[in-house]
Design a protein around this ligand. Structure first.
Ligand code: SF4
Ligand code: SF4
Length: 672
């Protein structure tokens, strides 16, 4: 005989449940519509629904895979216990409702047995998860985790839903039994604890428990849009509308179209973000989706270095400012209620402390694009207000005058001539065109990167050439400083310059150039096969070059943010080091996606940090703690910042910082 159980047993006045459900739906929808209205006051978002399939995949991956949540293990487990537990309980409730009202047969036969067991375990998992959440918030109290009474209230509420569910199950089993008690261990336990009641007493208790359980659950659901637990809806929504462009590609401002549209009258001209009225609906959704979990703050190099910037406070400040706007009327324009952001949400300093390292974006479980919003605010500060730190202003002046941030272009030409490598002019051809980058060209200590790379490639028989005077700055310093007009002028000029040459591969040794040439230039019709030197070296190195490790000699590989988190290139440099350098890789937890920024990004190569310690100093300490005697990296900016930190820590006699290419050209022939 098929095992089954009586559904909706002993439920008095069940028709009232439908009214309660309808009321729940109305309150829930009212809360959600209010939120949606607030988002819709934002400007259009550059990315729409397309590509729909990919967005759907983002949604499924985040909801069922909990990809971002599991980036930080310990809280992820408690979240998983609660989330998946409730997902199963919700599915069980829907199945019971469907069997009872629509005649489906989910709760029949062996399916009933396993479903029954699964639902019991799911309830238990929720209770364990809720207990751990209490422990974390109340006992562990991580500094960065925002805890308010409402968080405890919602957890208690959740626990009550589960406990009252077990009471319903237990009273039913005690009163009328169950064909397969073995598959309901918690229900059986509850039933045994109720054995002192008469059948009539159990019936009454069951009816009260059933209604109590139903009303508590409905009320929790109805109030969801008004509580922090609304993240259950907003996070999947934000994942669905997440960025489909490469992480390093910023939203392009069509300056020409903007100027043309204004027809000489610049009253409506706007670039970047200056007021809350400039925020897009997606940026407003971002702010709403924040869970206040503090993960972003935990990984922020500026915060760790003692500066005032905290990405959590950045989001909270913006959110607070947006919420302090007068409630916008349905038909009002965003400008009518807009509030200035910088100065109101946070101080200007706060904004300029960001290194654009993407550590916060990487760990944020709510899929918030901190870096893009930072840069848009900088665009607003520079483009609309003409405000920026003095050091960046100087750097941009050099960029405008010399087409690079470091000095006269004639110096580049002189240095290139010493390299003994063909200069590829317009119409010329080569296999690999090496874009040297400004720092490896102008800085005497970083020139070794270009020298070693060209030396290695020439020896390997690669047909390599350089641009010589045709190479100017790629524009990244202007881009991260928010000087969009200058960046776009440079990008257009350099795309045209590159298009006049014939080459298969555009090689770079600077990850910042890599990001701009690969991810930004395509929007200016510059599509090239851009490759970082770690990739090319890995490709060129025969496996046979692998040598026995030098016993005990460890190398700490520092993942540059713009190579790792921006491009996902973690392994090529490691492969080069492991097979070509003869050193043992000394890995720590702060590597790959969790790498810690050297502090140079976001224009900080030029800004002198006035507050706290330098992130580079913290990074060198991590390297020292790993037991390595050498730091290798694959970015001239990182190398410079880490070298400075080594000097600051007086470690120059025992710690060196080198580029990966220098390790493989020095080894093994010359015995170094
Ligand atoms: S990008 Fe890096 S420096 Fe900027 S807020 Fe995020 S973690 Fe901090
Ligand atoms: S921005 Fe993201 S990581 Fe930071 S507190 Fe909010 S949800 Fe957490």
């Amino acid at each position: 005989m098929d095992s089954a159980r009586e559904l909706m047993w002993n439920v008095p006045a069940i028709h009232l449940m439908y009214w309660a459900l309808a009321a729940t739906g109305v309150v829930f929808l009212f809360g959600m519509v209010r939120r949606i209205h607030a988002w819709r006051c934002g400007r259009p978002h550059i990315e729409g629904l397309r590509p729909f399939g990919l967005r759907l995949w983002f949604l499924v991956r985040e909801v069922f895979g909990q990809r971002k949540i599991f980036r930080v293990r310990r809280p992820a487990w408690l979240h998983g216990l609660i989330f998946f537990g409730f997902l199963i309980l919700l599915a069980t409730t829907i199945a019971i409702g469907s069997d009872a009202h629509f005649g489906t047969r989910f709760f029949l036969g062996s399916a009933y047995r396993w479903w029954s067991l699964l639902a019991d375990l799911a309830g238990l998992s929720c209770l364990v998860g809720i207990g751990l959440a209490f422990w974390r918030r109340g006992v562990q109290k991580p500094i960065s985790l925002e805890t308010r009474p409402v968080h405890y209230l919602m957890l208690v509420w959740l626990a009550l839903i589960v406990l009252s569910g077990f009471l319903v199950q237990g009273t039913r089993m005690a009163a009328i039994g169950d064909p397969l008690v073995a598959f309901s261990p918690i229900g059986r336990l509850t039933a045994s604890g109720l054995s002192m009641f008469s059948v009539e007493g159990l019936r009454q208790l069951h009816a009260v428990a059933w209604w109590g359980h139903t009303l508590i659950a409905f009320a929790w659901l109805a109030l969801l849009p008004f509580t922090p637990f609304v993240h259950l809806i907003l996070v999947p929504l934000n994942a669905f509308f997440g960025k489909t462009r490469p992480p390093g590609a910023l939203a392009r401002v069509d300056l020409e179209a903007l100027l043309a549209a204004d027809d000489g009258d610049l009253a409506d001209f706007r670039i970047g973000l200056t007021t809350t009225g400039d925020l897009s609906w997606k940026q407003r959704l971002d702010l709403d989706a924040c869970l206040d979990c503090g993960r972003c703050q935990d990984v922020c190099p500026a915060f760790a270095a003692g500066q005032s910037l905290s990405p959590r406070r950045f989001v909270a400040g913006l959110r607070r400012t947006v919420r302090s706007e007068a409630v916008p009327a349905r038909q009002s324009s965003p400008d009518e209620t807009a509030i200035e952001i910088v100065g109101q949400a946070f101080d200007p300093d706060f904004l300029w402390q960001c290194r654009t390292c993407r550590a916060c974006d990487e760990v944020c479980p709510a899929h918030i694009d901190h870096v893009d919003t930072h840069i848009e605010l900088r665009r607003g500060e520079v483009g609309m207000k003409g405000r920026m730190p003095g050091e960046l202003e100087q750097m941009l002046r050099s960029l405008e005058t010399h087409q690079n941030p470091f000095g006269a272009q004639s110096e580049r030409i002189r240095w290139t001539e010493t390299l003994g490598v063909p200069v590829i002019g317009p119409g010329d051809r080569c296999d690999v065109l090496y874009w040297m980058g400004c720092l490896s060209t102008f800085d005497p200590t970083q020139r070794v990167i270009a020298q070693d790379l060209i030396g290695y490639l020439t020896k390997a028989g690669v047909n390599v050439g350089v641009l010589g005077e045709g190479e100017l700055c790629c524009g990244d310093p202007a881009r991260v400083a928010g000087e969009e007009n200058l960046f776009q002028t440079i990008a257009r000029r350099q795309v045209a310059e590159l298009q006049r040459r014939h080459f298969q591969t555009l090689l770079v040794s600077c990850p910042h150039c890599l990001n701009v040439l690969k991810n930004e230039y395509p929007t200016f019709d510059g599509r090239f096969n851009v490759v970082h030197h770690s990739q090319l070296l890995h490709y060129l190195m025969p496996n046979s070059i692998a040598s026995p490790h030098k016993a005990g000699r460890g190398v700490f590989y520092h993942d540059p943010c713009y190579l790792g988190r921006y491009q996902g290139l973690y392994q090529p440099a490691r492969n080069v080091l492991e097979s070509g350098s003869g050193y043992r890789l000394a890995e720590t937890r702060a590597s790959k996606r969790d790498s810690f920024c050297c502090g140079a990004g976001g224009g900080h190569f030029w800004i002198d940090s006035r507050q706290g310690e330098r992130p580079g100093v913290l990074r060198v300490r991590q390297a020292v703690a790993s037991g390595a005697e050498l730091i290798a990296t694959a970015c001239p900016y990182c190398r410079q910042m880490l070298e400075d930190a080594v000097k600051e820590l007086h470690l120059s006699d025992r710690m060196q910082v080198v580029d990966i290419v220098s390790l493989i050209v020095e080894r093994p022939e010359d015995g170094k």
